[in-house]
Design a protein around this ligand. Structure first.
Ligand SMILES: [Zn+2]
Length: 68
């Protein structure tokens, strides 16, 4: 028997062989997907920083220094 503890829901269970648990080391596909989601959330996605507002260089802000 192999004792397994699901890292997601912390449920302990025993299996006879790994073949019995396709979602190893998770208890179910659901927990596996949850872990996958966490992983993607934490490491994969670039922290979405607020992108600076697009600046308009052509936008005159009171052109007081016009030459000539
Ligand atoms: Zn689980």
């Amino acid at each position: 028997m192999i004792r397994v503890r699901c890292p997601i829901c912390a449920k302990s269970f025993e299996i006879a062989k790994l073949d019995d648990l396709p979602s190893f080391p998770f208890c179910s596909d659901r927990c596996r997907m949850i872990d996958l989601g966490r992983w993607i959330d934490g490491s994969y996605t670039v922290p979405a920083e607020d992108s600076p507002p697009p600046q308009n260089p052509s936008d005159d802000e009171g052109s007081a220094e016009e030459e000539d």
